[in-house]
Ligand binder design. Structure first.
Ligand code: GLY
Length: 470
């Protein structure tokens, strides 16, 4: 099916309003927003697919390499710096839209060559004006900051602007209806990716063949995946990067994959698929526990609820289910308080999602998921929570509980008798090779609750089995 994905940039007005809000929040000085460059795979002209910096996309929408922007808060000016391709470059790339025409579409009237940017920043440094910039993940952008501002690469982290980070995080956290539309476009693609994987997951198929088919769907819609596809019969490894196995009857496959929308908003869905089309009784039992935990998490998600409470709720639901299987003993609330769930669920129940699959992670997870009073719990499992603070209308969050049997972790805990009042290590032995189950959907927090975004991929045991054997 050919999806009609809306590929036009947002209106000029959207980008102008975003920048105006940023200006009002940060107040004075200059804001420096470096865009990304092409990244060589093995030599400069042979590059990885270009991905623009997400904050640059958010405020300027310009999806081409080699740009940077300065917003002068004191002068009230904004300018984008970059070069149009030379006559000779066009021989290789074909004609390109001129930078000034691109900038007009997003309400920026000033464009200039990059040499001008260096002059402006040198002058700002001479006048001791504050230049606000964000944490930089790309090494070449760290080097640019060094060249432009004289900040040595290993000290860049000490010069980032906390007011700018906070202003950007506050704005990007709340998604507008047009952003939700983009996320749902990405989810329409990931719906097809997951449905195809369910149909393909038959005995004898290689994981890499299924991955190829899943990723081809994104390519066929003119978009790319939002993160490296996780698709493995070893679903107990949370972000398993290998696709080396051949599927066998009796296996279950965790497929954690998602596409970007045309404007680069992410989707992130996980389903667990029975290879021969039917879950075994033990697989059904674990799947049903994870599904119940996800349902409880989604039912609890509403404005003002701390996400760490949603995580705790899911953890208790998982422990209750595992108690029913005889693996966990004692009172589930107490077991969760002691951290017993982290043997089976050592990650968080969800993360913010938007222009990045882990939204704004490069700006600092603590700014995105925590507050001055809700700080990271350093305990194993808990410290992996990317989001703990109360959620607000417009936040887009994943809900992704799972149960993972990791032999190395089980052996370590057992040797340390860790939480042995809550875990029946004798019974657990029979499950050590079970592997993993995860179910993940993306939700938006609404005024009174939440809404599951996108077309819902088959989720119940019956729905998944019907597709897996079709
Ligand atoms: N679902 C992939 C990730 O969270 O990174």
């Amino acid at each position: 099916m050919r999806l009609e994905l809306k590929a036009e940039m947002f209106s000029e007005d959207t980008y102008i309003k975003r920048r105006n809000r940023l200006k009002a929040q940060v107040g004075s000085g200059l804001i420096l927003l470096p865009g990304n460059d092409e990244s060589p795979m093995n030599f400069a002209a042979n590059t990885y697919p270009f991905r623009q910096d997400s904050t640059f996309l958010y405020f300027l929408g310009l999806d081409v390499p080699g740009l940077a922007a300065i917003i002068d808060l004191d002068e009230g000016t904004e300018c984008v710096f970059g070069e149009d391709p030379s006559f000779e470059e066009i021989v290789w790339t074909g004609p390109q839209v001129l930078l000034r025409d691109r900038c007009e579409q997003v309400g920026v009237t000033c464009t200039a060559p990059r040499t001008k940017l260096e002059q402006i920043l040198t002058e700002a440094a001479r006048q001791r004006r504050t230049v606000h910039f964000l944490p930089q993940d790309r090494p070449e952008n760290v080097l640019k900051i060094w060249r432009w501002l004289g900040v040595a690469p290993d000290t860049v982290g000490r010069h980032i602007s906390e007011p700018l980070i906070r202003a950007v995080v506050q704005q990007r956290s709340v998604k507008s209806p047009e952003e939700i539309e983009q996320i749902e476009a990405a989810l329409a693609v990931s719906y097809e990716m997951h449905t195809a994987a369910m149909r393909m997951a038959r005995p004898g198929a290689a994981e890499r063949e299924v991955v190829a088919a899943v990723e081809a769907i994104a390519t066929s819609h003119g978009v790319r995946t939002a993160f490296p596809t996780v698709l493995s019969t070893h679903g107990e490894t949370l972000h398993n990067p290998c696709h080396d196995n051949v599927l066998r009857a009796g296996d279950i496959v965790v497929n954690d994959s998602g596409a970007e929308s045309p404007l680069h908003y992410a989707s992130d869905i996980t389903r667990t698929i029975p290879v021969a089309g039917r879950f075994s009784q033990r697989q059904r039992d674990v799947y049903a526990i994870v599904q119940a935990a996800q349902e409880q998490g989604i039912a609890a998600a509403k404005p003002g609820v701390e996400w760490r409470q949603v995580h705790r709720l899911a953890a208790v639901a998982l422990l209750e289910g595992l108690k029913g299987l005889g693996i966990v003993k004692g009172e589930p609330q107490e077991a969760a308080a002691a951290g017993a769930h982290t043997l089976f669920f050592p990650c968080g129940v969800g993360h913010m999602m938007g222009l990045d699959v882990h939204d704004m992670r490069s700006l600092g997870e603590d700014y995105v998921g925590y507050t001055d009073t809700i700080t990271r719990n350093p305990e194993f499992g808990w410290r992996s929570l990317r989001l703990a603070k109360p959620v607000e209308p417009g936040f887009v969050v994943t809900v992704e509980p799972g149960i993972y049997f990791m032999p190395h972790l089980i052996d370590r805990w057992r040797a340390e008798s860790k939480c042995d009042q809550f875990i029946d290590y004798g019974r657990l032995e029979a499950w050590r090779d079970f592997r993993g189950v995860r179910i993940e959907d993306d939700i938006v927090i609404t005024e009174h609750g939440c809404r599951i975004l996108g077309p819902r991929v088959a989720t119940t045991i019956e729905e998944v089995e019907a597709l897996a054997c079709s």
